[in-house]
Design a protein around this ligand. Structure first.
Ligand code: PHE
Length: 448
């Protein structure tokens, strides 16, 4: 198990780390709000199909590329190249993923900073400090700068400890905590008036909207974001998996946990919206659509917590702590992508590489905060709607077209001798060769 590069020490450790990367604000915030604004259960159905049929095969491509390469994303992809043109192409895809990952971190840290301050707000309320309560609760430059920096610092602190003592150790602690808080909150919300109406809106699909191209584009983008695809993160996490492990089942576990938590988070957020409505909080906009995104998380839910009386403070605290933990296990994976490249390519010490990249990401974050209206939406769109599907698709092209099929089989076979006769091997190579690139390209062109 011990190599100089670091490796996950156990199967459980990898699953917690990769699921920690996958389960983030995308699941607990993005998925429920997208569901709310895209026709409820129809979106859920489209998401489930796309996650298993397109995102899981793409995840497998990234994991196997990483485990075979045993190196950062650029080097791992370059190991598959047969000539200098392919090598250059490998660099563009791998490095593109690394940049994408850094850019995602720079906006993700801002949102995670909001979650941090919202977690502390109930504490300020209890301590009776009005000025702290209002500073924590209202958007301001100083608050955003401080909490974004705090979040990046925490991420840097974990990543500088390396794979086993940083990523794995913290994922193994934080992921069970996340599950516990999530289920406790659901148990509470489902007992409240109005919750069942929310459950119905969430689970009974309106089939009319299922083939709506916008719904499909949103569901595919959501599935890719949620599984951290197209950012080189899963390539680098794959490179830390031992060759004795069965990749096919590991990838399946990660996908199942990710989809399951998104689904379960919907069981919290959507019923909570209807509970809020039953208590007089507005959840529909003037045009009759469900409120979504930041209005939902930062106005509807806090209004609900306020209306619950004394217990609301604790529920609010638990809710935003849940969001913060989810964000942290994802952000560490985003930072690992550029750090692993800097360490391996420039022979930097991990601590130095982590700090250096932490500073670069902070500079980008501050630039976004200072130009929030023009930059935030732009960076989100550029990375999540444009770069992630495109790079994810190119990784499929690498595994499906550039990698020799016999060699690909050998790579998958390690830790899984009988894979050749499995259902997986019968369809997956064909899938990453034709179905994934075509489907992603189609959805992508549609979205332009
Ligand atoms: N998957 C994470 C989420 O759902 C976000 C993420 C994107 C993490 C890209 C790593 C890389 O919130």
């Amino acid at each position: 198990m011990s190599s100089i590069r670091g490796e996950f020490s156990s199967r459980f450790g990898f699953i917690m780390a990769a699921a920690g990367s996958a389960v983030g604000l995308g699941n607990i915030w993005g998925f429920p709000t997208q569901t709310a604004s895209n026709g409820g259960a129809a979106f859920v159905l489209a998401y489930l199909v796309l996650a298993f049929c397109l995102a899981y095969p793409a995840l497998m491509a990234e994991l196997v590329i990483g485990r075979h390469g045993q190196a950062n994303a650029v080097t791992s992809l370059q190991k598959l190249a047969n000539n200098s043109i392919q090598k250059r192409f490998a660099f563009i895809v791998g490095f593109g993923g690394i940049i994408c990952s850094g850019l995602i971190l720079s906006f993700y840290a801002i949102v995670a900073g909001w979650m941090f301050s919202a977690t502390l707000e109930p504490i300020a309320v209890i301590s009776g400090s009005e000025s702290a309560t209002s500073w924590l609760g209202e958007q301001s430059l100083s608050r955003n700068l401080i909490f974004t920096a705090a979040f990046i610092l925490l991420t840097v602190a974990i990543i500088s400890k390396g794979v086993e003592n940083g990523i794995e150790k913290w994922s193994k602690r934080l992921m069970p905590a996340l599950l516990f808080i999530l289920f406790a909150l659901i148990a509470y919300v489902l007992t409240q008036d109005g919750a069942m109406e929310g459950v119905k809106a969430y689970l009974v699909p309106d089939f009319g909207s299922i083939l709506d191209p916008n719904l499909l584009v949103s569901a595919l983008g959501q599935a890719f974001f949620s599984l951290s695809l197209g950012t080189s993160v899963m390539i680098i996490y794959g490179s830390y998996i031992s060759k004795q492990e069965n990749l096919v089942s590991l990838g399946a576990y990660v996908t199942l946990i990710d989809v399951f938590i998104a689904f379960v988070a919907g069981m919290l957020i959507i019923p909570a919206m209807y509970v809020a409505q039953a208590q007089g909080v507005e959840i529909f906009s003037q045009t009759g659509e469900l409120l979504s995104e930041d209005t939902l998380v930062f106005q509807v839910l806090p209004a609900l917590f306020d209306s619950m009386g004394g217990i609301g403070i604790f529920i609010g605290f638990a809710f935003f702590a849940l969001m913060s933990i989810a964000a942290l296990t994802s952000s560490i994976s985003m930072l690992e992508a550029p750090v692993s490249y800097a360490v391996e390519k420039f022979a930097l010490a991990r601590v130095h590489a982590t700090r250096l990249i932490g500073v670069i990401v902070s500079v980008v974050s501050v630039t976004i905060i200072l130009n929030f209206n023009s930059l935030f939406g732009f960076v989100v769109q550029l990375t999540t709607q444009f770069a992630q599907p495109l790079i994810g698709m190119l990784c499929c092209v690498f595994a499906g077209w550039i990698w020799h099929r016999g060699k690909l089989l050998n790579a998958i076979k390690e830790g899984n001798e009988s894979v050749e006769n499995s259902f997986f091997w019968k369809i997956w190579p064909w899938y990453i060769k034709f179905v994934c690139p075509l489907a992603i390209a189609l959805v992508f062109i549609n979205s332009l």
